[in-house]
Design a protein around this ligand. Structure first.
Ligand SMILES: [Ca+2]
Ligand SMILES: [Ca+2]
Ligand SMILES: [Ca+2]
Length: 304
């Protein structure tokens, strides 16, 4: 009955005018909107509760988002589709770290990464005590890191999509028998899978304050390559090989502030073996040179 009544609002308007003319409405409005004869509330609402709600439950649906009526709630998280910031993902907390209207559970922070990391290349002549270290600056020119938070303000996922690193050219160290010269070119650290989970607990208060901080608890899996050029002594052309990194990066500390407006990823593991490689030198004498990249220390700055 109620629904059919509301459907007749235009008709009802006419009735009200008639009723007013007849003096039967005890609370008519002066703007002509009170279309319900005799209900006394002056709003034209047949349910009499004054909210224009045909169902009479007082919530003014449809479109109020409380899902207590026949409004669809596709993910059944208790928040109606029309008000759900992730309509297809159950996220009853509706947490939205960056306040962009998309809830954490269906949103990703995309951060650009730049910064400087440090590692050390060790060159050693097999079967001898001759070895030397070359400090290398890993200058991350550009990169992309994705950050995924969830609806419980408890877990974050990270994905290091790529880190493009400036060429490292002609770094030398003294192997006693000869000078080792090392170059790293086409150096890219890239994701080797999907986002990886990390345990980075933060409270709802921190979330609402726009901050995530903590340590990753597993090494990020990466597929990283570089071309290693090495030359020993002044003879011959540089040797070249594909340098495959170890498949993981050390754990890091993350700190993201301002709801994703800024952040850092910091590494501080000086002992981590990042990559190894081996060269055979035939001229002027036969030597095997082992190379090892050890340590990852430094900070990447993150920005949207
Ligand atoms: Ca929902
Ligand atoms: Ca949802
Ligand atoms: Ca968001």
């Amino acid at each position: 009955m109620t629904r059919s009544f509301v459907g007749l609002v235009p008709l009802t308007l006419a009735v009200v005018s008639l009723t007013f003319a007849c003096g039967g409405d005890d609370a008519p409005t002066t703007d002509g909107t009170d279309t319900t004869a005799g209900d006394g509330d002056g709003d034209g609402d047949p349910s009499g509760d004054g909210d224009g709600d045909p169902s009479g439950d007082g919530d003014g649906d449809p479109g109020d988002g409380d899902a207590d009526t026949d409004e669809p709630d596709s993910d059944m998280d208790g928040v109606a589709d029309s008000a759900d910031n992730c309509p297809d993902v159950a996220n009853p907390n509706q947490l939205d770290f960056d306040g962009n209207g998309k809830g954490n559970s269906c949103d990703v922070l995309t951060m650009n990464a730049t910064g400087t990391l440090n590692t050390t290349a060790n060159a050693a002549v097999q079967g001898t005590n001759f070895e030397c270290d070359i400090p290398l600056v890993v200058d991350v020119l550009e990169g992309q890191i994705l950050v995924q938070l969830d609806d419980d303000a408890a877990v974050a996922g990270f994905e290091i999509v790529n880190l493009n690193i400036a060429d490292i050219l002609d770094k030398e160290c003294d192997l006693t028998l000869a000078t080792a010269t090392v170059s790293l070119t086409n150096f890219v650290i890239a994701n080797s899978g999907g986002p990886f989970p990390v345990s980075m607990p933060h409270t709802s208060a921190m979330h609402d304050g726009g901050q995530v901080a903590g340590d990753s608890d597993i090494p990020p899996p990466v597929l990283s390559t570089a071309t290693l050029n090495a030359k020993v002594g002044q003879m011959g052309d540089p040797m070249e090989s594909e340098l495959m990194l170890d498949g993981a990066l050390p754990i890091f500390t993350a700190n993201i502030t301002g709801g994703g407006e800024a952040g850092t990823l910091s590494w501080a593991d000086g002992q981590f073996v990042l990559a190894t490689d081996q060269f055979m030198i035939e001229d002027p004498v036969s030597l095997t040179i082992d190379f090892e990249l050890t340590g990852l220390v430094g900070t990447l700055n993150l920005a949207p």
